[in-house]
Ligand binder design. Structure first.
Ligand code: ACM
Length: 693
């Protein structure tokens, strides 16, 4: 969670005028995402039929076989083919390599638990007789299988893999997705399907934000009051967490836990008010924002609980990195506590920031004793921060430089805040080490990678996938592919394909929508009305940054996330298509382009009228859609006027520009926490009509 004041700096890079460099030469084009480091196309294709057979050459183990079996099952589900099985109903992998369709050449076992920095490279060579997937270990094999599944396609002659040679390896070793399971609880099933999606996108770190003001989401056997009183019964048991960690490991994904301290810690204090900096009592926070409750870093009992709890978690989570949050401690309760202020003076700590640094260093020592490395958000960066800590940059583009200048390894999330609702393109061009970076070679080595962050104020298990996917696949490409891969049109083309593959894999970013729309429309909505409603919400986007909180200021953890805004999704594809059509007309002002724009605008106007007069008038849950439908209808009428002037080459009458733009500006103001992104292109049309001689 971040504070609204910071939103201006949060998304550092928007679609900019950076020249589009060519991707690695790919012809014919391939639909793989992330784009491999090198693709050399070849002539021909390898047919994929029911006779598809796999042979393992080199290292062989149970995890590798399980990964292969999952990949083969997905290929079967996609193609409708049934591959041969042994009498025990397993796929056979021990056949003669020369007779196999796919040969897996794995040099060695992957680490039992995926390790930071492990070799993830692979090569995939496909010719008309055979495919060979070679890798240093099982993690590379898994990545190669994901690539192969994305290459699989069909035409009238059947299914096939195109002939080519791929040499692939990641640009950054830390490619993560953070999921906040606290503000809205996200159960194991949500995590599992997102792990599957992450593997498809070659992400390799699941960062679980496990404690927050609004919930303590992990079982503690040593201090059970933490989860018992801090979670409404919604937490991962340790057994469940072990299963998730194993599920992730099977897919080559590390699990890094975060326990956010000393701030964002209300839920700790519900069961243990004695370690708070104010007397309490405390209750689970139900609202969104930055709150005052904070652990007392001068109280020995605080360290007793933290030492025991962190030792317990260090044993549960095998990854050597452990995130302690550290963000947005507003210091209010520290400042108000005379004993804490006296401690600051007595220890020469200067201020609350000095106290926070002292606290971090005690935690650092605790973690080091358990073999763990401390990770924390930007705010942990302080002159006293212990060497070896990792700084997770979220507040601004300067974070990476600031941390690495002092020798700290760093992870970038600034610019990857997917909860803010920006289009994929904005995240896509945000590079941990941009082309014009002034970092030294040593600093660059300290940039481990990045993480998309799914903060959960406004997501439920039903909607969360639609806020993560498919946009996070574009971030995954930034972190995996060579830095020159920056062609936004090609990214969107491939993102649309990978979005389908993600759904097939179990993500619900698309499939949650029809039932959610039926719920809004009510039981008497016709199929035609539902289809119109779908087209209508596809033109909408949720408001950006932290504006939803301004539109829905009374929302709490209990507010159902089943409204119009929850059906609107970031990065509207039809809005993008309309903007592209306007851009195409401006680049080449032909009559055909204007005809196409007129067609689209007529459809928008009719759609607005239909929703306005139909479901918007009738369905109680779509009342808030009715004024928006009027906006669509009326703004499209204005744009049609503009197209008319342009078609006739006629200058609009005096005052038309001003009154039309004023009407449009009023219409474009978000309401019900949604907005029509295509109105920017409508404005361009109106300006263009008015600018005619
Ligand atoms: C954060 O968004 N407060 C890390």
């Amino acid at each position: 969670m971040c504070r609204p004041k910071l939103f201006a700096t949060l998304l550092a890079v928007f679609v900019s005028a950076i020249p589009v460099l060519s991707a690695p030469t790919v012809s014919p084009r391939i639909d793989v995402m992330p784009l491999p480091a090198s693709v050399i196309p070849a002539e021909g294709r390898l047919p994929v039929t029911a006779a598809f057979a796999v042979a393992l050459r080199g290292h062989d183990d149970a995890r590798l076989r399980a990964g292969l079996a999952r990949a083969l099952r997905r290929a079967e589900e996609r193609t409708g083919l049934t591959f041969a099985r042994t009498p025990q109903a397993e796929y056979a992998f021990a056949g003669e390599p020369s007779a196999a369709t796919l040969v897996i050449d794995c040099a060695a076992a992957a680490a039992a638990v995926p390790e930071f920095g492990e070799d993830e490279s692979y090569t995939l060579e496909v010719n008309s007789g055979q495919a060979v997937l070679a890798a240093a270990n099982g993690r590379g094999v898994l990545h190669g299988l994901e690539t192969m599944l994305q290459l699989l396609r069909s035409d009238a002659d059947g299914w096939f893999l195109p002939a080519l040679r791929i040499d692939d390896r990641p640009r950054f070793p830390w490619r993560g997705l953070m999921i906040d399971v606290c503000r809205h609880w996200q159960p194991a099933e949500v995590i599992r399907r997102n792990l599957d999606a992450m593997a498809l996108a070659k992400l390799n770190v699941l960062h679980l934000h496990l404690t927050e003001d609004q919930g303590f989401r992990i079982e503690s056997r040593r201090f059970p009051r933490l989860h018992e009183l801090g979670s409404d019964g919604q937490f991962f048991t340790q057994a469940e967490m072990r299963e998730l960690i194993a599920y992730a490991a099977e897919r080559g994904i590390r699990v890094v836990p975060e326990f956010d301290i000393p701030g964002h810690a209300t839920s700790w204090l519900v069961g243990h008010p004695e370690i708070g900096s104010a007397p309490g009592p405390y209750a689970i926070e139900r609202r969104w924002g930055i709150f005052d409750p904070v652990l007392d870093p001068t109280n020995p009992r605080t360290y007793e609980i933290l030492e025991g709890f962190l030792a317990e978690m260090a044993a549960l989570f095998p990854d050597p990195y452990l995130h302690i949050g550290g963000d947005e401690n507003n210091g209010v309760h520290w400042t108000a506590n005379a004993a804490i202020q006296q401690h600051i003076r007595e220890h020469g700590l200067v201020d609350n920031a000095g106290l926070h640094a002292q606290f971090n260093n005690r935690i650092h020592a605790m973690l080091a004793r358990g073999g763990k490395r401390l990770v924390g958000w930007d705010e942990i960066l302080h002159p006293d921060l212990a060497a070896g800590s990792v700084v997770h940059s979220w507040r601004g583009p300067e974070g990476i430089a600031a941390a690495t200048a002092r020798g700290f390894a760093t992870i970038l999330s600034n610019g990857y805040y997917i909860d803010l609702g920006h289009p994929a393109a904005a995240h896509y061009l945000n590079d941990p080490i941009p082309a014009d970076s002034t970092l030294t070679a040593e600093q660059r080595r300290l940039v481990l990678g990045g993480e998309a962050t799914m903060w959960a104020e406004w997501v439920s298990p039903e909607t969360i996938d639609s806020r993560i996917w498919p946009r996070t696949a574009a971030i995954a490409e930034r972190l995996w592919s060579p830095p020159e891969v920056r062609d936004i049109d090609d990214m969107y083309r491939r993102l649309a394909v990978v979005a389908r593959r993600l759904e097939e894999r179990g993500s619900r970013h698309e499939s949650y929508l029809p039932p959610a729309l039926r719920r809004l429309a009510g039981d008497d909505a016709s199929a035609d009305e539902l289809a119109a409603l779908r087209r209508f919400v596809d033109l909408l986007e949720p408001v950006k940054l932290y504006q939803r909180g301004e539109h829905q200021p009374d929302s709490t953890q209990f507010t159902p996330l089943t409204g119009l805004v929850d059906c609107a999704r970031p990065d509207s594809a039809p809005a993008r298509a309309f903007a592209a059509a306007v851009a195409a007309w401006r680049a080449e002002p032909s009559a055909e382009h204007l005809v196409a724009l007129r067609e689209s605008l007529r459809e928008f106007a009719a759609l607005g009228a239909q929703v306005h007069d139909g479901l918007g008038a009738r369905a109680v849950r779509l009342r808030e859609a009715q004024p928006l439908a009027a906006v669509l209808r009326d703004s499209s009428a204005l744009a049609l006027e503009a197209v008319g002037f342009l078609e006739r080459g006629e200058h609009p009458p005096a005052g038309w520009r001003e009154s039309t733009l004023a009407t449009l500006a009023a219409a474009a103001r978000p309401q019900a926490a949604v907005e029509f992104p295509h109105l920017t292109a409508v404005r361009t049309l109106i300006e263009s009509a008015a600018a005619q001689p």
